[in-house]
Design a protein around this ligand. Structure first.
Ligand SMILES: *Cc1c(COP(=O)(O)O)cnc(C)c1O
Length: 384
């Protein structure tokens, strides 16, 4: 079947990113590959394959549907951990399938214990504690209630982990808040260990915390954006730059290339308007190429008159509005083009590159959002 665009995902670049991340953590710290949001748009099935080949044996998802996709794709004895949403009625199945999950309130804890009793197998849980992110996690004041429940249900619970999440380690304006969270987390651990409640693993760090706060590494780090080849923010890179080797100033490599092809051509005379409305009036005679990609494919409407693509290694600006399924680009400066010629939306062609950052900046999205919005229908192909 044919699609109007294709996403290539580079296994080699992923392996390089993991090597770099490993160079930043101790050999005792495991990497959990965060594959929520369809693996940040890269495709869960493809990323599980790539990651397992790079030695990853732990995957973190937001929801149970994503966890099932990881389970279907994995070929190794990899662990799967749900950090967010699941439905109580799924708990028996998840427990039987050895899928681990966060417990951040009594509602889930009680249902997990019930389900464990029902299936006769303990639930593998990660207890999330509230240190300042204020989304999910047990408050410190709830420990007197939590501790007896954990003690009384030892046979129904495997305490796989204790965890928290930092509120914006990627920006230095938040760093006082992060330090406070680090201290609060230590207090939680001390209280629980004082009660002889021990967890197999401690894990708190996302990409930014892993790169900027080595003291957060513990037994495992949960890495999303950096494994896909992006700095969490430009600032993270600036803060780290002095620690990078001179010969390798950009150790994170983008995995993704997004390409389409030319569908058709149009000549427009000086003074004509192009596309819907009057946002673009040809200042001179123009040769346009029509590319079958639009906002329904994740090529944002705010790239109207803003975005650029690469054809024949040259930048070609988007002319007029981005439609639901198509854009027009100016190819007046190119040699004769043919239908079917490659169009790069994100990636390298010849000497030039369109980065996700440049793409995301023009469309006012951060990398995370731009990537995760790439529709799952676009085929993903694993390349070297
Ligand atoms: C998304 C997420 C991560 C990974 O964050 P990155 O910044 O992409 O590394 C880690 N932990 C939790 C709880 C998350 O939701």
């Amino acid at each position: 079947m044919h699609y109007t665009s294709l996403l290539e995902v580079s296994a080699g670049s992923y392996a390089q990113n993991i090597e770099f991340l490993k160079s930043r953590i101790s050999p005792h710290t495991q990497i959990s590959a965060v594959v929520k949001g369809n693996a940040y748009g890269h495709g869960i099935a493809q990323m599980v394959e790539i990651a397992e080949n790079a030695g990853i044996r732990h995957f973190s998802t937001f929801s149970s549907d994503e966890a099932r996709k990881v389970r279907a794709a994995k070929k190794q004895e990899s662990e799967i951990m749900i950090m967010g949403m699941l439905y109580p009625e799924e708990l028996p199945e998840l427990i039987v399938q050895d899928i681990q999950f966060y417990v951040f309130d009594f509602y889930r804890l009680e249902r997990a214990i019930q389900a464990a009793k029902m299936v006769g197998q303990p639930a593998q849980i990660h207890v999330e504690v509230e240190t300042g992110f204020h989304r999910t996690g047990f408050e410190k004041g709830l420990l007197p209630q939590l501790i007896p429940v954990l003690k009384e249900n030892r046979e129904h619970l495997v305490l796989k982990g204790i965890c928290t999440h930092y509120a914006g380690a990627e920006s230095s304006v938040n760093h006082d808040r992060i330090r406070e969270q680090i201290n609060k987390f230590k207090e939680f651990k001390k209280i629980l260990e004082g009660e002889k409640i021990y967890f197999e693993r401690t894990h708190t760090a996302c990409s930014a915390a892993t790169l900027l706060f080595p003291e957060t590494h513990a037994d495992m780090v949960r890495i999303g954006i950096a494994s896909y080849g992006f700095w969490p923010t430009q600032e993270t890179f600036s803060l780290l730059k002095h620690t990078l080797e001179k010969e390798n100033q950009n150790p994170l490599k983008r995995l993704i290339t997004w390409k389409s092809e030319i569908m058709s051509f149009k000549k427009v005379a000086k003074g004509e308007f192009v596309g819907y409305g009057m946002s673009f009036c040809a200042p001179r005679d123009l040769n346009l190429a029509i590319v079958p990609i639009g906002y329904s494919h994740g090529y944002g409407r705010n790239l109207s008159n803003q975005g650029q693509v690469l054809i024949q290694g040259q930048f070609c600006p988007v002319i007029g509005t981005v439609n639901m399924n198509a854009i027009a680009v100016d190819i007046s400066h190119l040699e004769a083009c043919k239908p079917g010629e490659e169009v790069i939306l994100i990636g390298n062609q010849g000497e030039n590159e369109i980065t996700v950052a440049s793409f995301a900046e023009t469309s006012h999205l951060v990398n995370y959002e731009m990537l995760s919005r790439l529709p799952s229908e676009i085929p993903r192909r694993v390349v070297d």
